[in-house]
Design a protein around this ligand. Structure first.
Ligand code: AMP
Ligand code: GLY
Length: 424
């Protein structure tokens, strides 16, 4: 089979790393890819948002299956376009991608189908939002309706912070039209969990759980990032909670989507808070998590291709149950100094060759590029140093030893990835 993977981050590297091991995969293209993906796939210089160019490329290259990494092309309708052209694609149509693309749509949907989530109000007029904040309880959460590269959510500790968020999102339009309307919702307390289900619209298969570390600094402090590290499995996700997640989240969501006329084919990611009142959904995403994919996918002991293929074909029912390694996996994200604020790129990365020989470990590339046969930094999150072992403690130790051997100017990583699970 000829596969096209759309995207170029650590998540896509992890997908390709697994796909490359799947029997029946003959050739992998990645658009646009990165410095590390280039060793496993042919990287093509087409941006992940360029749906027309991707469709033309897939046709011309006789691609059998396209796998979409990031959300933006899905919200923009890459799924619709490929399906109209009778091209197999893993990822929902734009109608299904709205569950991530519009927070208001998602909140209304959750309300309609009784999916547990925080109480909320929606606003189109900033003056009314500002008025409302006068009498809200704090902390409160302000969310831009549309896609904002993971930066459109502000957990505001005070009225001043919340009003500043409304000003920036709705009036200064820091995220453009994504901030035309907002959601203000109750702040939930508890521990966050990332839950994933692969689905063909009817049937779903849950993947093992993972926990991300969103804050930039140790002790979960500082600005939110795309994710500074993750581990899988999440110890707190007991078999009882798996059942709860299936019964009160994934099943009703898929049934609700079908009632809305939406057959969701791809991966549905529920970012959840485990509260004292049970699981509640913070948000849905229509893609794998990053860096969650970098710890979940290495634990897959059966091939990845059939899983994606059966979902894309609407034949998940016929799939043999995937097998997962009981080992614990951890990913430490190495970032550019200054991320998630301003940072420099183009820094030479040393130590990758020896890291590649390490057993039960892999360094997934995110913001890297090849330049004159060397690998340089090209983004905020640069590498995802991943290791797996019999227990999380050992995996953590090995991941950090490996991260220490990789050098570039300004390298930054949190030293406490896994702390929640390890302190229990
Ligand atoms: P989202 O992009 O909606 O996942 O939000 C990003 C992050 O904001 C989440 O991972 C949570 O840490 C936090 N967050 C979002 N909604 C809430 C909420 N209702 N209560 C508490 N934290 C939240
Ligand atoms: N790591 C969280 C996300 O991918 O949105």
């Amino acid at each position: 089979m000829r596969i096209l993977v759309v995207g170029g981050g650590g998540r896509e590297h992890a997908l390709i790393w697994q796909l490359a091991r799947s029997p029946g995969v003959e050739k992998i293209f990645c658009a646009p890819g990165n410095g590390g993906i280039a060793s496993l796939a042919e990287c093509v210089p087409i941006g992940a948002a360029d749906v027309n160019a991707l469709l033309n490329f897939a046709r011309k290259q006789q691609v059998d299956l396209t796998v979409v990494g990031p959300e933006a092309p899905l919200v923009d309708g890459i799924g619709d376009r490929f399906r109209e052209a009778n091209m197999l694609i893993f990822g929902p149509d734009s109608s299904g991608a709205r569950i991530e693309g519009s927070k208001i749509w998602a909140k209304r949907f959750m309300e309609k189908y009784n999916i547990p989530s925080a109480a909320y109000k929606e606003f189109r007029d900033p003056r009314i939002a500002l008025d409302y904040l006068e009498q809200a309880n704090y902390p409160t959460v302000v969310k831009a309706d549309g896609l904002a590269s993971g930066k459109g959510v502000v957990v505001a500790e005070s009225q001043t912070d919340a009003k500043r968020a409304v000003q920036e999102i709705m009036m200064d339009k820091v995220f453009g039209r994504a901030g035309d309307s907002i959601v203000i919702e109750d702040c939930l307390q508890g521990e966050e969990l990332s839950l994933f289900a692969i689905t063909d619209g009817d049937t779903f298969i849950m993947l093992p759980s993972a926990q991300d570390h969103k804050a930039a600094y140790e002790g979960d402090w500082g600005p939110n990032t795309g994710g500074m590290g993750a581990y899988s499995p999440a110890g707190i996700f007991t078999p009882e909670l798996v059942k709860e997640a299936e019964d009160i989240i994934f099943m009703p969501v898929l049934n609700g989507l079908l009632q809305e006329g939406i057959r969701f084919q791809g991966v549905l990611f529920a970012g959840c808070m485990l509260t004292t009142a049970g699981l509640k959904v913070l948000e849905f995403n229509v893609r794998f998590g990053d860096p969650e994919a970098q710890v979940i996918l290495p634990r897959l002991a059966s091939p990845l291709l059939p899983l994606l293929l059966h979902a894309a074909r609407g034949e998940l029912r016929d799939l043999e149950t995937p097998r997962w390694s009981p080992e614990a996996a951890i990913c430490v994200v190495m970032a550019s100094g200054g991320y998630p604020g301003n940072f420099e790129t183009g820094k030479l990365i040393l130590g990758l060759d020896s890291a590649e020989t390490e057993k039960k470990a892999v360094v997934f590339h995110a913001g890297t590029a090849q330049k004159d046969n060397q690998i340089v930094t090209s983004g905020g999150r640069v590498l995802g140093v991943t290791a797996w072992d019999a227990d999380l403690k050992t995996a953590q130790k090995r991941a950090y030893l490996l991260a220490e051997t990789i050098k570039y100017e300004g390298a930054y990583f949190r030293r406490d990835i896994g702390h929640r699970a390890l302190s229990r």
